[in-house]
Ligand binder design. Structure first.
Ligand code: F6P
Length: 362
């Protein structure tokens, strides 16, 4: 192995730099191999300034830094890229151009760090002959085949801290506090942070809710002398007889942007109870900041394992955490079905045992 490439794609997540650092250190120390980074995801292959040498100097001190030194893009799909042709914006399949640019680089492997969207692109590029290796990243934790993606733990800590902070002000003012959290179509952040922060109601996309059940829970608390309530609401949660709420529609380039369900839930509560209600949307704060020790540890193990996999020629595969060990699985297997909260699993059961309402009770 003489030269490997690395890029980060999709939304950023704390721990990306820890993966990059581990790849560079492992490649240089164990394989005497050169590493080059590509800026802003797959766009790095089409941009004349898209390449960045990654030596020890470039990765020094980046372990605790959030974000990615390589930059990223979540509109950089080579199979559906927005380009200007004859002064007009058009969507084109530029994958052949990207594959040709990758071939020109003479890479022995390309390590792609990304979530489901980026990993899907990686699988398609692998099918076109690119020697791809995947590393699963996302705060949403919605990639299958791995127990956890790095970035999730940091987002979870941020979300839990927000619930803790809302608790004190909710209690002082006798208010209902609604916290809208990220996660797209997976409810892991809300479920885990909701349980860890002692929320009274958790609404997740996997369990459609009745507004009446939510209000019932709040009113039962009031009757028991608990004049405040905390709700952890996933951005993808939806009422049983309603739809997910989007703040922006999608197209061939952008996925639709979820957002707004927290305000709808807050408004319903205020209109149907005597309880004063406030809504907080935590937003991109969940994606930022220094990775937790767990995320640094996992990201470092993923980076080193991905480099060892590259040396073995394990292309079209992804590193994954299973039963506490880092293993590798076919990308295709990871992408076959998206990971969602198991609504019959022990985590949801535990929350119910503790009296947390998911809004599905009659
Ligand atoms: O997939 C990660 C994520 O943060 C989701 O939880 C959220 O819906 C989305 O990305 C936000 O994307 P953007 O950065 O494009 O607003």
């Amino acid at each position: 192995m003489k030269k490997i490439g690395v890029l980060t794609g999709g939304g950023d997540a704390p721990g990306l730099n820890a993966v990059i650092r581990a790849v560079v250190k492992t490649a240089i120390r164990s394989y005497d191999c050169e590493v080059v980074g590509f800026r802003d995801g797959f766009d790095g292959f089409l941009n004349p300034e898209g390449e960045m040498p990654l030596r020890r100097e470039e990765v020094r001190g980046i372990l605790p830094r959030g974000g990615t030194i390589l930059g990223t893009a979540n509109r950089g799909n080579p199979f559906a890229r927005e380009v200007i042709r004859d002064g007009k914006r058009v969507i084109e399949d530029t994958s052949d151009e990207v594959v040709a640019a990758i071939e020109k680089e003479n890479l022995d492997a390309l390590i792609v760090i990304g979530g489901d969207g980026t990993l899907k692109i990686s699988q398609e590029l692998f099918e076109k002959g690119v020697p791809v290796i995947g590393v699963p990243k996302t705060i949403d934790n919605d990639v299958n085949g791995t127990e956890v993606t790095f970035g999730f733990d940091t987002a979870l800590c941020t979300a839990t801290e927000a619930i803790d902070k809302l608790h004190t002000t909710a209690e002082s003012h006798h208010r209902v506090m609604v916290l809208e959290l990220m996660g797209r179509d997976a409810g892991f952040i809300s479920l885990h942070a909701g349980v860890a922060g002692g929320a009274d109601v958790i609404l997740i996309p996997e369990i459609p809710f009745h507004y009446k059940a939510v209000v019932g829970k709040i009113m039962r608390r009031v009757e028991n002398g608990r004049h405040f309530s905390i709700l952890a609401v996933s951005e993808g949660a939806k009422p049983l007889e309603g739809k997910q709420v989007f703040s922006r529609a999608g197209n061939e380039v952008y996925v639709p942007r979820l957002g707004g369900i927290g305000y709808q839930v807050g408004q319903y509560i205020e209109e149907n109870t005597e309880q004063e209600t406030r809504v907080t949307v935590l937003g991109h704060i969940q994606r930022g900041g220094s990775p937790t020790p767990f995320d640094r540890w996992l990201a470092t193990r993923y980076g080193a394992a991905a480099t060892r996999l590259a040396a073995k020629g394990g292309f079209g595969r992804m590193v994954a955490l299973q039963y506490g060990e880092v293993v590798d699985i076919p990308l295709e297997e990871a992408l076959a079905t998206p990971k969602r909260v198991n609504i019959n699993g022990d985590a949801v059961r535990t929350a119910r045992d503790l009296g947390i309402c998911f809004g599905d009770e009659k």
